[in-house]
Each structure stands twice: as structure tokens, then as C-alpha cells.
Design a binder for this molecule. Structure first.
Ligand code: ATP
Ligand code: LTN
Length: 333
């Protein structure tokens, strides 16, 4: 029988706002290559980074580096559309429209907005407030079915669904309603120094492992990771957040459960746990770091890929944007 089902669309983005961490890798990046039968788009969310002050030269550098990292992590840029958000004007254009279908109340309840306005109290700008609307636009422009993210972004995907449903209720079926895709076990990797807080690329260097860290840095950082004093290797996130975080990292990379990882190390000390984690992380990240350097060294090739993929994304995005303009009553000669 002929398969008439439409191919699924997968969309996700990462902000080029710092050194990507092991959290970004396990929670998001690593899962991006898990959709061989879908049409996948992955963007560098550079417009989103402007919600917090960026150094312009750094931002440019990080954007190119993230593009290379997507490819180094195994995403083929012919099969997947890897592109830069700001190269496709439709993102900002749809965001304006959707701003007019989003309420102040719902934006002010967003956890990330509350966190970031505390962290950047001197710069609580309108963009930071409207961040989820731009993210909704990213997703909805491509009629996305699936959005692979870490658990901290679940609320943003939910608000995206709300906005889309509200819009569809007014104008008919304009947008596909997306589903978040969150791998439970590894959805949130914690900081090495404060294991009750999310590992985050905008925190100090020693609290995270960067995907591009050298093996020596990885060993040093893991050696210093906060654990506890009872000495038992057991998965118990509530009472043993540090040890549990190390077990989550180890198990995620070995594709086993944290309990099974703990079982394998029964009777050993924290030194052995840390060594196992460090060596597993190094084994996973070393080939990525090497590929990344090769890809970045061919800057012309990288740029050509980005220009080509922005064109592919634009063609898709324009279709949805045109439909939206028409529905809301913008005059189209
Ligand atoms: P920032 O600290 O600059 O706000 P971030 O490190 O949280 O950034 P994002 O660009 O916001 O990174 O996130 C990119 C993707 O990585 C998202 O899907 C997010 O859910 C995921 N992610 C980020 N940090 C973690 C983490 N510690 N554990 C699991 N997933 C994570
Ligand atoms: N806000 C996301 C990054 C992001 C994103 C997206 C994720 C921007 N646009 C669209 C999924 C879909 C974050 O991880 N902080």
C-alpha cells in the first residue's frame, strides 16, 4: 500500500550565547539526529541571544562555531536544514504578528523570563519579555510537528501551542500544533558546582563541561564536581544531587538507566565514579571536537552551506507567512 502520510517536520534551535555545554549536548543536540524519516530544521537562534547583551564579535564567532557543531554532531547539512535564524526574515515578521495574539499575563508567568529578569535586572527589555513569541514563530513557520528540547524549554513549547490554537480558532487551520519531544532521563543536566541548578552555558566556566573542552579540562572539572560525604554510589536525585547528576551523565552517554550505571559501580568510591564519567565524556566528545575544528577551518564551505540552507528555510517560511498575512487581513496586491 502506498504511504500517503505526510513526512513529519522537526524543528529546534540553540542560542549561540556561550560555549555549548554537556547539558546542551545531552538534553538537546544529541537527540537532533534521531529523526531519519522527518524533515528537520535546526537553527542558530541568534536573534534570541540579543535579549541579553552580547559582544558583537563574540556573537558572530559563536554563531559560526555552533553551525560547525551541529554538523560535527552528525547532522548532515544536506539532509537537515541548518541555518541562522536572522538569515530568514520571516521569523521576525511572524513574531510581530504573533505578539498581537499573545497576552502580557501569559508572558509574565514564564519561568525563564522571571529567572533572566532577576539575573539581568539592569536590562529587562521588551525582547526578553517577548522571547517565547519569537520562539513560537520559529516553530510555527515550518508547520512543525516535533520540537526536541531539554525540559527547561517545555513551558515555551506549551505557550507556542496555546498561541497556535488561539490563532487557528480565529482563522482556521493555519498552524500545525507542535509536540515537545523530551528524553526523560537526560532532560536536565545539573551544574557541577551546584547540582540543584541547571548546567548553563551562561554561568562561570567551572560549573559546566563545554562540548569543546580538552580532555584535561574535562578530567579536572569532573574531579572537582560537588558530591556528598556518605560515600555510596546510588541514584537518588533528592538526597544525593551531585552523585545522581554524575550518574545521569554517565548513563545518558552509555544509553542505560542511572540505576544500572550505579549498579555497575557498586562498592567503588566516588573517585572511580568520577573517572568513569570523565573517560566516557572524553570518549564521546573527542571526535566531535576534532570534526568541529575541521569544519570551522573550511570557512568558505561553511558559509556556502549557511547561505544555501537559509534559502531553503526561507522558501518554506514564506509560505506560512503569506498565509498568515492573508488571514489577518494585510493587503496583498
Ligand atoms: P543560557 O544559559 O544561555 O540561557 P542554555 O545553556 O540554557 O542557555 P539554550 O540555548 O537556552 O542553552 O538551550 C539549548 C537547548 O539545550 C535547549 O533545548 C535546552 O532545553 C537544552 N539544555 C540547556 N541546558 C540544559 C541542561 N542543563 N540539561 C539538559 N538540556 C539542556
Ligand atoms: N529558546 C530555546 C532556543 C530556541 C528554540 C527555538 C528551541 C529558539 N528557538 C525553537 C526549540 C524551538 C532555548 O533553548 N533556550
Amino acid at each position: 500500500m502506498e504511504n500517503t502520510e505526510k513526512r513529519k517536520v522537526v524543528f529546534s534551535g540553540i542560542q549561540p550565547s556561550g560555549n555549548l555545554t554537556l547539558g546542551n549536548y545531552i538534553g538537546a543536540l544529541r537527540n537532533f539526529s534521531g529523526f531519519p524519516d522527518a524533515d528537520c530544521l535546526y537553527c542558530m537562534a541568534d536573534l534570541h541571544t540579543l535579549t541579553v547583551r552580547q559582544d558583537p564579535a563574540q556573537l558572530r564567532k559563536r554563531t559560526a562555531s555552533l553551525a560547525a557543531l551541529y554538523v560535527a554532531c552528525g547532522l548532515d547539512p544536506e539532509k537537515n536544514i541548518i541555518y541562522c535564524q536572522s538569515h530568514v526574515p520571516a521569523h521576525a515578521e511572524l513574531a510581530w504578528i504573533l505578539n498581537c495574539y499573545t497576552y502580557m499575563g501569559e508572558m509574565s508567568r514564564m519561568t525563564q523570563f522571571k529567572d533572566k529578569s532577576q539575573k539581568h535586572a539592569d536590562n529587562i527589555n521588551v525582547g526578553l519579555f517577548a522571547y517565547p513569541v519569537l520562539m513560537a514563530s520559529d516553530i510555527l513557520l515550518y508547520q512543525t510537528d516535533i520540537v526536541p528540547v531539554g525540559v527547561d524549554q517545555k513551558q515555551h513549547v506549551e505557550i507556542c501551542r496555546d498561541i497556535a490554537q488561539r490563532f487557528n480558532a480565529l482563522y482556521g487551520d493555519v498552524f500545525t500544533i507542535p509536540e515537545p519531544y523530551i528524553r526523560k532521563a537526560s532532560a536536565k543536566i545539573m551544574s557541577l558546582s551546584e547540582p540543584t541548578k541547571k548546567m548553563s552555558k551562561s554561568d562561570p566556566e567551572d560549573t559546566y563541561i563545554a562540548i569543546l573542552d580538552s580532555p584535561d579540562d574535562i578530567r579536572r572539572k569532573i574531579k572537582r564536581a560537588v558530591t556528598d560525604s556518605d560515600g555510596e554510589i546510588r541514584y537518588d536525585p533528592e538526597n544525593k544531587p551531585g552523585v545522581s547528576n554524575l550518574l545521569v551523565i554517565l548513563s545518558a552517554l552509555k544509553n542505560i538507566t542511572p540505576e544500572a550505571a550505579a549498579q555497575e559501580l557498586q562498592g567503588l568510591g566516588y573517585g572511580a565514579l568520577k573517572e568513569a564519567v570523565a573517560e566516557t565524556v572524553i570518549g564521546e566528545l573527542t571526535p566531535i571536537r576534532q570534526r568541529h575544528a575541521e569544519i570551522l577551518a573550511d570557512r568558505d564551505g561553511l558559509n556556502a552551506m549557511l547561505i544555501h540552507n537559509a534559502e531553503r528555510a526561507q522558501a518554506l517560511a514564506r509560505k506560512t507567512l503569506r498565509k498568515v498575512y492573508k488571514k489577518v487581513g494585510l493587503y496583498q496586491p
